[in-house]
Write a protein of this length. Structure first.
Length: 248
């Protein structure tokens, strides 16, 4: 089991370089733009008039994209640097986005409020992730959609390692462990079954599981063949069951 705490991770993100926060991109980084965003938008469909929580919104790029598509957006982010940047962008270009600074694990969610809750590349960064997941589900309306993306637990090795070896190496799969990142502190490896069972136990029904695949031409153009041949990310969509079923 991991020995680091949520506070440790939030503190580590406080040291994230400001130039990287500012230069993240209007559609996120390469993998978000080409892999995660298309999967997320396809699952959401037409979001006009929908209320959406971006749980662990980072610097707010997805909040801004969804607000421009007509959704009513709330973003929650614990890191001071990311939260401050997201708010400053909203002040510069008002889109009606509401932001709150909070740790998802200890945050008090507005109950039964959102049509969708998105946790985009968030849960694997939270040591105490189960309360965070339960808070996300509690914020959903009955029948609302929970959508989250994570590093694929079966194939976490980096794209740079692929370039050196031409394959993805898997080891110590069943061991929950903390992995240091170049920027942003840590992420926690957990088996795939841990996440899927947590979603079910939190009161949701699994609807879709997507392993985004990069288009071959894009992969070859950017030297990212790994993401065409082996998935690096996992996107899970589930719906909250009705209060009647929850009370069984």
């Amino acid at each position: 089991m991991t020995e680091i705490t949520n506070a440790d991770v939030i503190k580590a993100y406080a040291e994230y370089p400001q130039d990287l926060i500012e230069g993240f991109g209007e559609e996120g980084d390469f993998t978000r733009k080409h892999l995660l965003n298309p999967a997320i938008f396809a699952l959401l469909g037409d979001v006009r008039g929908k209320s959406i929580l971006d749980a662990g919104c980072g610097q707010g790029y997805l909040c801004r994209l969804l607000a421009k598509k007509g959704a009513s957006i709330t973003g929650v982010e614990p890191s001071e640097a990311f939260y401050t940047y997201a708010r400053s962008r909203e002040q510069e270009e008002p889109l009606g986005i509401r932001y709150a600074q909070a740790d998802l694990s200890t945050w008090t969610p507005p109950l039964n409020t959102f049509d969708f809750v998105i946790a985009n590349m968030v849960l694997m960064d939270i040591p105490d992730y189960e309360p965070a997941l339960k808070n996300c589900v509690a914020a959903l309306k009955s029948g609302g959609g929970l959508l989250f993306s994570i590093l694929h637990p079966c194939f976490e090795e980096t794209g740079s390692a692929w370039k050196e070896k031409g394959y993805v190496e898997v080891r110590d799969y069943f061991e929950e462990r903390t992995i240091k990142q170049t920027y942003g502190g840590y992420f926690i490896h957990r088996p795939l079954s841990t996440y899927l069972n947590s979603v079910i136990q939190a009161g949701c029904i699994l609807q879709r599981v997507i392993e985004p695949q990069l288009e071959k031409t894009v992969a070859e153009l950017h030297g990212a063949e790994r993401y065409w041949l082996v998935p690096g990310y996992l996107v899970i969509f589930a719906t909250r069951v009705s209060p009647l079923k929850e009370a069984r």
